[in-house]
Ligand binder design. Structure first.
Ligand SMILES: [Mg+2]
Length: 228
């Protein structure tokens, strides 16, 4: 067996992990309230309140991540809105450097995202990172959000991976909890998912200050294996 197959699979979340969450925050929390107010002839305050109510109802469900759902719900074409500001989609610092390293070292890299298929396709077109990944999956195609254990069961059924060896990096604690329930144990979160947002200092999971810090974690794990 080649050395390649012994390396753990590295599963990445997309938004807030590989990509700067500032873009999504800008679209959903700043631009959409403006468009909603224009569409429905209400004040920005009323629009923000209405959207906040919707957000509360649907957070952490598949609907929450569906551009089609939101377009129908709020009467604004949310995919077109995202396209309009596509130049603001950005990778997080160190993303390419880390992916280049992982590929050169023979790690299999996957994306497991709650972005819907349309949103995923759009972000991959903007960032041109698809070629780094062996598996790219949207929770929409699985039928469950990543917060649910069923997502992981079905992913594992469709694309088998070593549960106790693989790494999963995600900026959302509820998602990491879902993965933990399934049995993944190498779980890592992100210090600053949005370049415009707060820096996380506490989490039940190890925190990556910089994406490239993952190199050190993997190198240490490899050393431990070698000398075990
Ligand atoms: Mg995320």
């Amino acid at each position: 067996m080649s050395y390649y197959s012994e390396k753990p699979t590295i599963i990445f979340d997309m938004d807030g992990t590989l990509l700067d969450l500032a873009y999504d925050d800008f679209i959903w929390n700043h631009q959409l309230p403006i468009r909603y107010a224009e569409t429905h002839g209400c004040t920005l305050e009323q629009s923000t309140e209405a959207l906040f109510q919707f957000y509360q109802q649907h957070n952490h469900t598949l609907n929450w991540y569906s551009t089609r759902f939101w377009s129908a719900k709020v009467g604004v074409d949310t995919l077109a809105l995202q396209q309009e500001f596509k130049h603001q989609v950005a990778l997080r610092p160190g993303c390419i450097e880390l992916l280049e390293y992982l590929k050169s070292e023979g790690y299999a890299c996957w994306i497991a995202t709650n972005a819907d298929c349309e949103g995923l396709k759009f972000k991959l077109e903007q960032t041109q990172i698809a070629h780094y990944f062996d598996v790219i999956i949207s929770s929409e195609s699985i039928g469950y959000a990543k917060e649910c254990i069923e997502f992981w069961q079905k992913l594992h059924f469709l694309h088998p991976f070593q549960i106790d060896q693989s790494y999963f990096i995600d900026d959302t604690e509820k998602v990491l909890k879902g993965a933990e329930k399934f049995g993944l144990c190498n779980l890592i979160t992100i210090a600053q998912p949005s370049s415009q947002g707060k820096v996380r200092t506490t989490s039940p999971y190890p925190i990556l200050q910089d994406l490239t810090d993952l190199r050190t974690i993997l190198e240490q794990a490899e050393d431990q294996k070698k000398y075990a």
